[in-house]
Design a protein around this ligand. Sequence first.
Ligand SMILES: Cc1cc2nc3c(=O)[nH]c(=O)nc-3n(C[C@H](O)[C@H](O)[C@H](O)COP(=O)(O)OP(=O)(O)OC[C@H]3O[C@@H](n4cnc5c(N)ncnc54)[C@H](O)[C@@H]3O)c2cc1C
Length: 433
Amino acid sequence: MGPDDPGYDAARAVWNSMIDRRPALIVRPTGTEDVVAALRFAREQDLIVAVRCGGHSIPGFSTCDDGIVIDLSRLRGAEVDPERRTARVRGGSLLSELDDAAQAHRLVCPVGVVSHTGVAGLTLGGGMGRLQRKLGLTVDSLLAVELVTADGRVVRASEDENPELFWGLRGAGANFGIVTSFEFRLHPLDGLVTHGTVTHPIERAEELAERFRELTEDGPDELWTSFGMAVGGTHGPVVSVSVLHSGSPADAERDLAVLRALDDPLEDSIEAKPYLASQRLFDAPMEWGQRFAMKSSFLASLPEALVREWGDELSRMPDGAEGGFSIWAWGRAIAAVPEDDTAFTGRDAAFWAGAEVLWADESIDAPCRSWARTAVDAAAPHATAGRYVNDVAEVGGEVARTIYGDAKYERLLTLKREWDPDNLFRLNQNVAP
Ligand SMILES: Cc1cc2nc3c(=O)[nH]c(=O)nc-3n(C[C@H](O)[C@H](O)[C@H](O)COP(=O)(O)OP(=O)(O)OC[C@H]3O[C@@H](n4cnc5c(N)ncnc54)[C@H](O)[C@@H]3O)c2cc1C
Protein backbone atom coordinates (compact mmCIF):
# COMPACT_ATOMS: atom_id res chain seq x y z
CA MET A 1 0.00 0.00 0.00
CA GLY A 2 1.28 3.47 -0.91
CA PRO A 3 0.31 7.10 -0.21
CA ASP A 4 -2.35 7.12 -2.96
CA ASP A 5 -4.19 4.07 -1.66
CA PRO A 6 -7.38 4.37 0.39
CA GLY A 7 -6.63 3.39 3.97
CA TYR A 8 -3.04 4.67 3.81
CA ASP A 9 -3.54 7.18 6.64
CA ALA A 10 -5.06 4.57 8.93
CA ALA A 11 -2.33 2.08 8.02
CA ARG A 12 0.54 4.46 8.75
CA ALA A 13 -0.78 5.53 12.19
CA VAL A 14 1.09 4.16 15.20
CA TRP A 15 0.06 4.10 18.87
CA ASN A 16 1.82 7.29 19.94
CA SER A 17 0.14 10.08 18.01
CA MET A 18 3.22 12.28 18.47
CA ILE A 19 4.64 10.22 15.60
CA ASP A 20 3.43 11.23 12.13
CA ARG A 21 5.49 9.62 9.37
CA ARG A 22 4.82 8.85 5.72
CA PRO A 23 6.31 5.59 4.48
CA ALA A 24 6.61 5.05 0.72
CA LEU A 25 5.18 1.57 1.08
CA ILE A 26 3.39 -0.53 3.71
CA VAL A 27 3.37 -4.29 3.17
CA ARG A 28 1.47 -6.89 5.19
CA PRO A 29 3.05 -10.31 4.82
CA THR A 30 0.94 -13.36 5.65
CA GLY A 31 3.80 -15.82 6.10
CA THR A 32 7.54 -16.17 6.53
CA GLU A 33 8.14 -16.38 2.76
CA ASP A 34 6.41 -13.01 2.30
CA VAL A 35 8.68 -11.51 4.95
CA VAL A 36 11.72 -12.85 3.09
CA ALA A 37 10.39 -11.37 -0.17
CA ALA A 38 9.66 -7.98 1.44
CA LEU A 39 13.17 -7.78 2.85
CA ARG A 40 14.70 -8.76 -0.51
CA PHE A 41 12.68 -6.00 -2.19
CA ALA A 42 13.76 -3.46 0.45
CA ARG A 43 17.42 -4.34 -0.10
CA GLU A 44 17.11 -4.17 -3.89
CA GLN A 45 15.40 -0.78 -3.71
CA ASP A 46 17.69 0.45 -0.94
CA LEU A 47 14.72 1.32 1.27
CA ILE A 48 14.91 2.02 4.97
CA VAL A 49 13.09 -0.81 6.77
CA ALA A 50 10.62 -0.40 9.64
CA VAL A 51 9.24 -3.57 11.24
CA ARG A 52 5.91 -3.38 12.97
CA CYS A 53 4.12 -5.71 15.36
CA GLY A 54 1.80 -3.88 17.81
CA GLY A 55 2.95 -0.38 16.74
CA HIS A 56 3.47 0.71 20.39
CA SER A 57 7.10 1.82 20.13
CA ILE A 58 7.21 5.09 22.05
CA PRO A 59 9.76 6.81 19.76
CA GLY A 60 7.99 5.40 16.68
CA PHE A 61 10.53 2.80 15.56
CA SER A 62 7.89 0.82 13.68
CA THR A 63 7.32 3.46 11.04
CA CYS A 64 9.46 5.71 8.87
CA ASP A 65 9.45 8.45 6.26
CA ASP A 66 9.87 7.30 2.65
CA GLY A 67 10.90 3.72 3.44
CA ILE A 68 9.03 0.44 3.72
CA VAL A 69 6.96 -0.66 6.72
CA ILE A 70 6.82 -4.43 7.09
CA ASP A 71 3.59 -4.59 9.08
CA LEU A 72 3.10 -8.02 10.66
CA SER A 73 -0.57 -7.51 11.56
CA ARG A 74 -1.60 -10.39 9.28
CA LEU A 75 0.86 -12.68 11.04
CA ARG A 76 -1.13 -13.15 14.22
CA GLY A 77 -2.25 -16.01 16.43
CA ALA A 78 -1.07 -18.22 19.29
CA GLU A 79 -1.24 -22.00 19.59
CA VAL A 80 -0.81 -23.72 22.92
CA ASP A 81 0.51 -27.21 23.58
CA PRO A 82 -1.02 -27.90 27.00
CA GLU A 83 1.02 -31.10 27.52
CA ARG A 84 4.38 -29.44 27.00
CA ARG A 85 3.11 -26.15 28.46
CA THR A 86 4.38 -24.12 25.54
CA ALA A 87 2.91 -21.57 23.15
CA ARG A 88 3.89 -20.83 19.58
CA VAL A 89 3.04 -17.23 18.77
CA ARG A 90 3.24 -15.61 15.34
CA GLY A 91 5.49 -12.58 15.00
CA GLY A 92 2.76 -9.95 14.62
CA SER A 93 0.58 -11.04 17.57
CA LEU A 94 -0.78 -8.86 20.34
CA LEU A 95 -0.56 -9.73 24.04
CA SER A 96 -4.31 -10.46 24.12
CA GLU A 97 -3.83 -13.36 21.70
CA LEU A 98 -1.18 -15.00 23.85
CA ASP A 99 -3.10 -14.32 27.08
CA ASP A 100 -6.37 -15.75 25.71
CA ALA A 101 -4.78 -18.85 24.19
CA ALA A 102 -2.79 -19.65 27.34
CA GLN A 103 -5.67 -19.01 29.77
CA ALA A 104 -7.91 -21.35 27.76
CA HIS A 105 -5.66 -24.07 29.29
CA ARG A 106 -5.26 -22.31 32.68
CA LEU A 107 -1.75 -21.39 31.68
CA VAL A 108 0.01 -18.06 31.37
CA CYS A 109 3.06 -16.35 29.93
CA PRO A 110 4.16 -13.28 31.93
CA VAL A 111 3.61 -10.29 29.61
CA GLY A 112 2.81 -6.56 29.84
CA VAL A 113 -0.26 -4.88 31.25
CA VAL A 114 -2.02 -3.44 28.17
CA SER A 115 -3.36 -6.19 25.98
CA HIS A 116 -3.13 -4.33 22.64
CA THR A 117 0.70 -4.11 22.96
CA GLY A 118 2.68 -6.24 20.48
CA VAL A 119 4.25 -9.50 21.68
CA ALA A 120 7.32 -8.92 19.49
CA GLY A 121 8.44 -5.46 20.57
CA LEU A 122 7.66 -6.17 24.21
CA THR A 123 9.46 -9.53 24.29
CA LEU A 124 12.51 -8.53 22.28
CA GLY A 125 13.14 -5.69 24.76
CA GLY A 126 12.48 -7.70 27.94
CA GLY A 127 8.82 -7.58 28.96
CA MET A 128 7.70 -6.25 32.36
CA GLY A 129 4.36 -7.23 33.83
CA ARG A 130 2.35 -8.00 36.93
CA LEU A 131 3.58 -11.59 37.22
CA GLN A 132 7.24 -10.64 37.00
CA ARG A 133 8.24 -11.27 40.61
CA LYS A 134 6.93 -14.83 40.40
CA LEU A 135 7.66 -15.70 36.75
CA GLY A 136 10.29 -13.20 35.59
CA LEU A 137 10.36 -11.05 32.49
CA THR A 138 8.66 -12.20 29.29
CA VAL A 139 12.06 -12.91 27.84
CA ASP A 140 12.76 -15.34 30.68
CA SER A 141 9.98 -17.58 29.35
CA LEU A 142 11.22 -17.42 25.76
CA LEU A 143 12.36 -20.83 24.49
CA ALA A 144 13.07 -20.17 20.82
CA VAL A 145 12.36 -17.92 17.85
CA GLU A 146 12.17 -18.28 14.09
CA LEU A 147 13.91 -15.28 12.56
CA VAL A 148 14.33 -13.87 9.06
CA THR A 149 17.84 -12.44 8.90
CA ALA A 150 19.10 -9.39 7.01
CA ASP A 151 20.37 -11.61 4.19
CA GLY A 152 17.03 -13.38 3.87
CA ARG A 153 17.80 -16.65 5.65
CA VAL A 154 15.27 -18.24 8.01
CA VAL A 155 17.04 -19.39 11.17
CA ARG A 156 16.09 -20.67 14.58
CA ALA A 157 17.61 -19.35 17.76
CA SER A 158 17.38 -21.00 21.18
CA GLU A 159 19.74 -22.07 23.96
CA ASP A 160 20.90 -24.88 21.61
CA GLU A 161 20.75 -23.29 18.16
CA ASN A 162 22.56 -20.02 17.54
CA PRO A 163 22.82 -19.47 21.32
CA GLU A 164 24.74 -16.21 21.07
CA LEU A 165 22.07 -14.76 18.77
CA PHE A 166 19.45 -16.00 21.25
CA TRP A 167 21.31 -14.14 24.00
CA GLY A 168 21.18 -10.87 22.01
CA LEU A 169 17.56 -11.31 21.00
CA ARG A 170 16.56 -11.34 24.67
CA GLY A 171 16.86 -7.61 25.31
CA ALA A 172 18.21 -6.10 22.09
CA GLY A 173 16.13 -8.19 19.72
CA ALA A 174 14.94 -5.58 17.24
CA ASN A 175 18.53 -5.31 15.97
CA PHE A 176 18.97 -8.75 14.44
CA GLY A 177 16.12 -9.66 12.13
CA ILE A 178 12.37 -10.15 11.88
CA VAL A 179 10.94 -12.72 14.25
CA THR A 180 8.16 -14.62 12.51
CA SER A 181 7.45 -16.98 15.39
CA PHE A 182 8.11 -17.13 19.14
CA GLU A 183 8.02 -20.20 21.34
CA PHE A 184 7.27 -19.53 25.01
CA ARG A 185 7.25 -21.66 28.13
CA LEU A 186 3.90 -21.35 29.93
CA HIS A 187 3.13 -21.58 33.64
CA PRO A 188 0.03 -22.64 35.55
CA LEU A 189 -2.38 -19.83 36.49
CA ASP A 190 -5.80 -20.76 37.66
CA GLY A 191 -8.01 -17.96 36.29
CA LEU A 192 -8.57 -15.70 39.28
CA VAL A 193 -6.15 -13.11 40.66
CA THR A 194 -6.56 -10.40 43.31
CA HIS A 195 -5.89 -7.10 41.62
CA GLY A 196 -6.56 -3.41 42.08
CA THR A 197 -5.45 -0.09 43.49
CA VAL A 198 -5.77 1.75 46.78
CA THR A 199 -5.77 5.52 46.25
CA HIS A 200 -5.25 8.31 48.81
CA PRO A 201 -4.70 12.09 48.64
CA ILE A 202 -1.11 13.05 47.78
CA GLU A 203 -0.55 14.28 51.36
CA ARG A 204 -0.26 10.65 52.40
CA ALA A 205 2.54 9.90 49.93
CA GLU A 206 5.23 9.14 52.49
CA GLU A 207 2.95 6.95 54.57
CA LEU A 208 1.87 4.98 51.51
CA ALA A 209 5.44 4.69 50.28
CA GLU A 210 6.30 3.08 53.61
CA ARG A 211 3.50 0.51 53.19
CA PHE A 212 4.66 -0.13 49.63
CA ARG A 213 8.21 -0.83 50.81
CA GLU A 214 6.91 -3.20 53.51
CA LEU A 215 4.71 -5.09 51.05
CA THR A 216 7.52 -5.31 48.55
CA GLU A 217 10.04 -6.64 51.05
CA ASP A 218 7.79 -8.94 53.08
CA GLY A 219 5.26 -10.11 50.48
CA PRO A 220 5.52 -13.43 48.63
CA ASP A 221 6.70 -13.76 45.02
CA GLU A 222 3.02 -14.03 44.02
CA LEU A 223 2.55 -10.40 45.04
CA TRP A 224 3.36 -7.67 42.51
CA THR A 225 3.20 -4.12 43.83
CA SER A 226 3.53 -0.67 42.36
CA PHE A 227 3.53 2.78 43.92
CA GLY A 228 2.09 5.72 41.98
CA MET A 229 1.82 9.49 42.29
CA ALA A 230 -0.37 11.10 39.68
CA VAL A 231 -2.32 14.14 38.55
CA GLY A 232 -5.15 14.48 36.07
CA GLY A 233 -7.77 12.13 37.51
CA THR A 234 -11.03 13.11 39.18
CA HIS A 235 -9.50 13.50 42.68
CA GLY A 236 -6.64 15.94 42.02
CA PRO A 237 -3.09 14.84 42.94
CA VAL A 238 -3.17 11.35 44.39
CA VAL A 239 -0.90 8.63 45.67
CA SER A 240 -1.70 4.96 45.17
CA VAL A 241 -0.48 1.42 45.61
CA SER A 242 -1.49 -1.16 43.01
CA VAL A 243 -1.20 -4.87 43.60
CA LEU A 244 -1.72 -8.14 41.82
CA HIS A 245 -1.66 -11.28 43.95
CA SER A 246 -1.65 -14.50 41.97
CA GLY A 247 -2.05 -16.79 45.00
CA SER A 248 -5.38 -17.82 46.56
CA PRO A 249 -7.86 -15.06 47.55
CA ALA A 250 -7.36 -16.03 51.22
CA ASP A 251 -3.58 -15.63 50.94
CA ALA A 252 -4.09 -12.34 49.15
CA GLU A 253 -6.33 -11.03 51.91
CA ARG A 254 -3.71 -11.95 54.51
CA ASP A 255 -0.79 -10.50 52.54
CA LEU A 256 -2.58 -7.24 51.73
CA ALA A 257 -3.95 -6.49 55.21
CA VAL A 258 -1.26 -3.90 55.92
CA LEU A 259 -2.27 -1.89 52.86
CA ARG A 260 -6.00 -2.09 53.33
CA ALA A 261 -5.84 -1.14 56.99
CA LEU A 262 -5.17 2.50 56.07
CA ASP A 263 -8.26 4.63 56.81
CA ASP A 264 -10.41 6.51 54.33
CA PRO A 265 -9.02 5.71 50.89
CA LEU A 266 -10.43 7.77 48.02
CA GLU A 267 -10.78 4.46 46.21
CA ASP A 268 -10.04 0.80 46.85
CA SER A 269 -10.56 -1.35 43.77
CA ILE A 270 -8.72 -4.44 45.02
CA GLU A 271 -10.79 -7.57 44.46
CA ALA A 272 -10.63 -11.04 43.01
CA LYS A 273 -11.12 -10.97 39.24
CA PRO A 274 -10.29 -13.08 36.20
CA TYR A 275 -6.70 -12.63 35.09
CA LEU A 276 -7.92 -11.83 31.57
CA ALA A 277 -10.11 -9.01 32.92
CA SER A 278 -7.18 -7.56 34.77
CA GLN A 279 -5.05 -7.72 31.61
CA ARG A 280 -7.64 -5.58 29.80
CA LEU A 281 -8.37 -3.01 32.50
CA PHE A 282 -5.99 -0.46 31.03
CA ASP A 283 -6.75 -1.10 27.37
CA ALA A 284 -9.23 1.79 27.18
CA PRO A 285 -7.29 4.40 29.21
CA MET A 286 -4.20 3.56 27.13
CA GLU A 287 -6.08 3.44 23.82
CA TRP A 288 -4.46 4.38 20.49
CA GLY A 289 -4.18 7.99 19.45
CA GLN A 290 -2.73 9.62 22.57
CA ARG A 291 0.26 11.92 22.76
CA PHE A 292 2.75 10.29 25.10
CA ALA A 293 6.22 10.70 26.55
CA MET A 294 8.11 8.89 29.27
CA LYS A 295 11.45 8.17 30.84
CA SER A 296 12.43 5.48 33.31
CA SER A 297 15.23 4.37 35.56
CA PHE A 298 16.17 1.39 37.69
CA LEU A 299 16.56 2.17 41.38
CA ALA A 300 18.41 0.59 44.30
CA SER A 301 15.98 2.14 46.80
CA LEU A 302 13.05 4.53 47.12
CA PRO A 303 14.10 7.04 49.80
CA GLU A 304 11.58 9.36 51.45
CA ALA A 305 13.33 12.42 50.04
CA LEU A 306 12.81 11.12 46.50
CA VAL A 307 9.11 10.56 47.15
CA ARG A 308 8.89 14.19 48.34
CA GLU A 309 10.79 15.51 45.32
CA TRP A 310 8.60 13.58 42.92
CA GLY A 311 5.50 14.81 44.74
CA ASP A 312 6.73 18.37 44.06
CA GLU A 313 7.56 17.50 40.46
CA LEU A 314 3.88 16.66 39.85
CA SER A 315 2.97 20.31 40.32
CA ARG A 316 5.26 21.19 37.39
CA MET A 317 3.38 18.98 34.93
CA PRO A 318 1.88 21.20 32.19
CA ASP A 319 -1.81 22.12 32.55
CA GLY A 320 -3.94 19.91 30.36
CA ALA A 321 -1.65 16.87 30.72
CA GLU A 322 -2.10 13.88 32.97
CA GLY A 323 0.29 11.29 34.34
CA GLY A 324 2.93 11.05 37.01
CA PHE A 325 5.32 8.50 38.47
CA SER A 326 4.99 4.80 38.87
CA ILE A 327 7.45 2.66 40.74
CA TRP A 328 7.29 -1.11 40.34
CA ALA A 329 8.70 -3.73 42.67
CA TRP A 330 11.52 -5.50 40.85
CA GLY A 331 13.74 -8.41 41.95
CA ARG A 332 12.75 -11.99 42.93
CA ALA A 333 12.32 -14.05 39.72
CA ILE A 334 13.89 -11.25 37.66
CA ALA A 335 16.99 -11.22 39.86
CA ALA A 336 17.16 -15.03 39.91
CA VAL A 337 18.36 -14.98 36.28
CA PRO A 338 22.06 -14.05 36.13
CA GLU A 339 22.62 -10.60 34.62
CA ASP A 340 24.90 -11.99 31.90
CA ASP A 341 22.44 -14.64 30.73
CA THR A 342 20.53 -12.17 28.53
CA ALA A 343 21.22 -8.89 26.77
CA PHE A 344 18.50 -7.33 28.95
CA THR A 345 20.29 -5.14 31.48
CA GLY A 346 18.99 -4.10 34.89
CA ARG A 347 18.17 -7.23 36.89
CA ASP A 348 19.91 -6.03 40.05
CA ALA A 349 17.54 -3.14 40.77
CA ALA A 350 15.09 -3.09 43.67
CA PHE A 351 12.62 -0.95 41.70
CA TRP A 352 11.79 0.24 38.20
CA ALA A 353 10.56 3.85 38.17
CA GLY A 354 8.93 5.66 35.26
CA ALA A 355 7.63 9.18 34.66
CA GLU A 356 4.81 9.16 32.12
CA VAL A 357 2.73 11.95 30.61
CA LEU A 358 -0.31 11.80 28.31
CA TRP A 359 -1.97 14.74 26.62
CA ALA A 360 -4.20 15.60 23.67
CA ASP A 361 -3.39 19.20 22.75
CA GLU A 362 -0.46 19.66 20.31
CA SER A 363 0.27 23.11 21.67
CA ILE A 364 1.72 21.62 24.88
CA ASP A 365 3.96 19.06 23.13
CA ALA A 366 7.17 20.84 24.06
CA PRO A 367 6.56 21.31 27.81
CA CYS A 368 5.16 17.77 28.12
CA ARG A 369 8.20 16.25 26.45
CA SER A 370 10.47 18.37 28.53
CA TRP A 371 8.66 17.32 31.74
CA ALA A 372 9.12 13.65 30.86
CA ARG A 373 12.78 14.15 29.94
CA THR A 374 13.74 15.60 33.31
CA ALA A 375 11.16 14.30 35.78
CA VAL A 376 13.11 11.21 36.85
CA ASP A 377 16.43 13.10 37.12
CA ALA A 378 16.17 13.34 40.89
CA ALA A 379 16.60 9.55 40.98
CA ALA A 380 20.14 9.69 39.54
CA PRO A 381 21.93 9.16 42.90
CA HIS A 382 19.85 6.02 43.52
CA ALA A 383 19.99 4.59 39.98
CA THR A 384 21.41 1.13 39.22
CA ALA A 385 22.94 -0.22 36.00
CA GLY A 386 21.02 -0.40 32.75
CA ARG A 387 17.89 1.14 31.30
CA TYR A 388 14.79 -0.60 30.01
CA VAL A 389 15.13 -0.36 26.25
CA ASN A 390 11.37 -0.33 25.61
CA ASP A 391 10.97 2.88 27.63
CA VAL A 392 13.79 4.85 26.06
CA ALA A 393 12.43 7.69 23.93
CA GLU A 394 15.75 9.32 23.00
CA VAL A 395 17.39 8.02 19.84
CA GLY A 396 20.77 8.03 18.15
CA GLY A 397 24.30 8.68 19.37
CA GLU A 398 25.40 6.60 22.31
CA VAL A 399 21.91 5.90 23.62
CA ALA A 400 22.12 2.13 23.13
CA ARG A 401 25.41 2.00 25.04
CA THR A 402 23.71 3.67 28.04
CA ILE A 403 21.01 0.99 27.94
CA TYR A 404 23.28 -2.06 27.93
CA GLY A 405 26.52 -0.77 29.48
CA ASP A 406 29.93 -1.06 27.82
CA ALA A 407 30.55 -4.80 28.16
CA LYS A 408 27.19 -5.96 26.84
CA TYR A 409 27.21 -3.28 24.15
CA GLU A 410 30.54 -4.61 22.83
CA ARG A 411 29.14 -8.15 22.82
CA LEU A 412 26.05 -6.93 20.96
CA LEU A 413 28.26 -5.11 18.47
CA THR A 414 30.08 -8.35 17.61
CA LEU A 415 26.74 -10.05 17.13
CA LYS A 416 25.39 -7.21 14.99
CA ARG A 417 28.47 -7.35 12.73
CA GLU A 418 27.82 -11.06 12.23
CA TRP A 419 24.05 -10.94 11.60
CA ASP A 420 23.36 -7.47 10.20
CA PRO A 421 26.65 -5.86 9.08
CA ASP A 422 24.88 -3.34 6.82
CA ASN A 423 22.50 -2.26 9.61
CA LEU A 424 19.35 -3.07 7.64
CA PHE A 425 17.53 -3.19 11.01
CA ARG A 426 18.33 0.25 12.33
CA LEU A 427 14.96 1.54 13.51
CA ASN A 428 15.45 0.43 17.10
CA GLN A 429 17.80 1.37 19.94
CA ASN A 430 20.51 0.78 17.45
CA VAL A 431 23.71 -1.17 17.96
CA ALA A 432 25.42 0.50 15.01
CA PRO A 433 28.01 -1.83 13.40
C1 LIG B 1 0.19 1.52 26.06
C2 LIG B 1 1.53 0.86 26.31
C3 LIG B 1 1.65 -0.06 27.34
C4 LIG B 1 2.88 -0.67 27.57
N1 LIG B 1 2.98 -1.58 28.60
C5 LIG B 1 4.13 -2.23 28.80
C6 LIG B 1 4.25 -3.22 29.82
O1 LIG B 1 3.33 -3.48 30.60
N2 LIG B 1 5.43 -3.88 29.94
C7 LIG B 1 6.48 -3.61 29.13
O2 LIG B 1 7.53 -4.25 29.27
N3 LIG B 1 6.41 -2.68 28.16
C8 LIG B 1 5.27 -1.98 27.97
N4 LIG B 1 5.18 -1.03 27.00
C9 LIG B 1 6.37 -0.76 26.18
C10 LIG B 1 6.39 -1.75 25.02
O3 LIG B 1 7.00 -2.94 25.47
C11 LIG B 1 7.18 -1.21 23.83
O4 LIG B 1 6.56 -0.03 23.37
C12 LIG B 1 7.28 -2.26 22.72
O5 LIG B 1 8.26 -1.83 21.81
C13 LIG B 1 5.96 -2.42 22.01
O6 LIG B 1 6.00 -3.50 21.12
P1 LIG B 1 5.12 -3.47 19.78
O7 LIG B 1 5.33 -4.74 19.10
O8 LIG B 1 3.75 -3.05 20.12
O9 LIG B 1 5.82 -2.26 19.06
P2 LIG B 1 6.29 -1.94 17.56
O10 LIG B 1 6.25 -0.46 17.52
O11 LIG B 1 5.51 -2.68 16.55
O12 LIG B 1 7.78 -2.46 17.56
C14 LIG B 1 8.73 -2.07 18.53
C15 LIG B 1 10.14 -2.43 18.07
O13 LIG B 1 10.23 -3.84 17.85
C16 LIG B 1 10.58 -4.11 16.50
N5 LIG B 1 9.79 -5.26 16.06
C17 LIG B 1 8.44 -5.34 16.00
N6 LIG B 1 8.09 -6.55 15.58
C18 LIG B 1 9.21 -7.25 15.39
C19 LIG B 1 9.47 -8.58 14.97
N7 LIG B 1 8.49 -9.44 14.71
N8 LIG B 1 10.76 -8.97 14.86
C20 LIG B 1 11.76 -8.11 15.14
N9 LIG B 1 11.58 -6.85 15.55
C21 LIG B 1 10.30 -6.43 15.67
C22 LIG B 1 10.25 -2.85 15.75
O14 LIG B 1 11.04 -2.71 14.61
C23 LIG B 1 10.56 -1.77 16.77
O15 LIG B 1 11.92 -1.46 16.80
C24 LIG B 1 3.98 -0.39 26.75
C25 LIG B 1 3.86 0.56 25.73
C26 LIG B 1 2.66 1.18 25.52
C27 LIG B 1 2.55 2.20 24.44
